[in-house]
Ligand binder design. Structure first.
Ligand SMILES: [Zn+2]
Length: 400
């Protein structure tokens, strides 16, 4: 069972799932697949360990204790994630919540504001909590055994200690996206002052480790036809895709580093009156100009929204002569606004969530451009032809 932080918001879409709790203001959700992992854990304990360690335990009792132990384990995982999230929030990183699912827990933390130090602090605290829990469960099992508690209860405490220890060791492997990989990235980043190279190194280690897990899983599966092997293959595959996604994201970030909005925007956008009909919009603008979005202006001449080609096409042909641009436009309050000197990477983090993926660029009161995803995509392609290496100044090591 893996664990990682969803440091970037476009990696794994974990927003599905039902809310189960709220701890210190952090929303905790559970994906249905968490039932699968709970069931498997309880099964392993009730059907595998209990009959060996405490023979002649009644089936119902064994299952009750096993399910309870699996739930306590889930709580341990949650504590690990809550620690990541609380420290992140304390250090000023936005936290969207925690999702529990088949591979454990995911803290959704926006990492683009992180520094090397916050990265290390956030990554270290999860394993620290797991270490404490391992100690607590080992201590409890010893105390219970000394006090003459029933074997089943002692076994459950030992099992909790053992699984937490396993999670601790697994999480500390220096391979992204595991906590150990994040600590490695933070250390490399602090030492060399280059986030990109640190990320790429940690992600590469992540892919090597993921490959080893898959290989080990396949060998195990063919040698023993054991379910554990399949599990390793899944975890390896998941880790590899996370590492690859992070590596790709870092490449994009690097290509857009120091790129300003003025370098990617389409200039001199065609502004249309907000009172004309959709039919006129299509005939006089959409068919005449090679744009897929047009800002609108009101009677006072001020820009008040944006109509998109998609929005026009959504209006049934029969209604196009009656409905007006203002009825299908996105109001300006809902659009990301940028200035020509803003960094594209800053605008990006605001663009993803709202406004049809486009931003309006104002120079003072004057509308001077529009930024769309295709503008940025074009820039990225140009960027790969001409690496902006000469223009890049080394980042100073972050100290915040
Ligand atoms: Zn963790």
């Amino acid at each position: 069972m893996g664990d990682h932080l969803g440091y970037h918001d476009d990696g794994v879409h974990m927003s599905q799932g039902f809310p189960i709790a709220r701890i210190a203001g952090i929303r905790i959700r559970a994906h249905w697949s968490v039932l699968l992992i709970c069931g498997l854990l309880a099964w392993g304990l009730a059907d595998g360990l209990v009959p060996v360690a405490v023979p002649r335990t009644p089936e119902l009792l064994s299952w009750t204790v096993s399910v309870a132990a699996a739930l306590v384990l889930l709580a341990s995982l949650t504590a690990h994630e809550v620690a990541h999230s609380l420290v992140a929030r304390r250090l000023g990183l936005p936290v969207d919540g925690i999702t529990l699912w088949v591979f454990g827990g995911v803290s959704q933390i926006r990492g683009d504001l992180a520094t090397a130090r916050t990265e290390i602090a956030v990554a270290v605290v999860g394993p620290a909590v797991t270490l404490v829990l391992t100690g607590v469960f080992f201590g409890a099992s010893a105390a219970l055994a000394a006090a003459g508690a029933p074997g089943l209860v002692v076994l459950a405490a030992e099992w909790l200690a053992g699984v937490n220890l396993l999670l601790l060791v697994f999480n500390l492997v220096p391979a992204f996206p595991l906590d150990g990989g994040r600590i490695l990235r933070g250390i490399l980043w602090a030492r060399r002052g280059d986030r990109s190279r640190a990320t790429i190194a940690a992600a590469r280690a992540g892919r090597v480790f993921a490959f080893l897990l898959v290989a080990l899983g396949l060998v195990d599966f063919f040698a023993t036809s054991d379910f554990g092997g399949v599990w390793l293959v899944f975890i390896g595959w998941f880790l590899a895709s996370m590492a690859r996604g992070e590596q790709r994201g870092e490449t994009v970030r690097r290509a857009l580093e120091d790129v300003r909005v003025r370098d990617v925007m389409s200039t001199n956008p065609i502004v249309v009156p907000s009172w004309i009909t959709v039919r006129l919009l299509l005939e006089q603008y959409a068919m005449r100009y090679p744009y897929t979005a047009f800002p609108t202006h009101g009677l006072d001449g001020k820009v008040d929204g944006l109509v998109t080609l998609l929005g026009m096409k959504r209006v049934p042909p029969r209604q196009r002569g009656e409905r007006r641009a203002s009825e299908i436009s996105i109001p300006i309050e809902q659009l990301p606004i940028a200035r020509p000197d803003d960094l594209v990477t800053d605008l990006f983090s605001r663009m993803s969530s709202r406004g049809a993926g486009r931003a309006l660029v104002f120079d003072g009161e004057q509308l001077v451009g529009i930024v769309s995803p295709s503008d940025v995509g074009r820039r990225l392609q140009v960027g790969t032809v001409q690496p902006p290496a000469a223009a890049r100044r080394p980042e100073s090591p972050p100290v915040a």
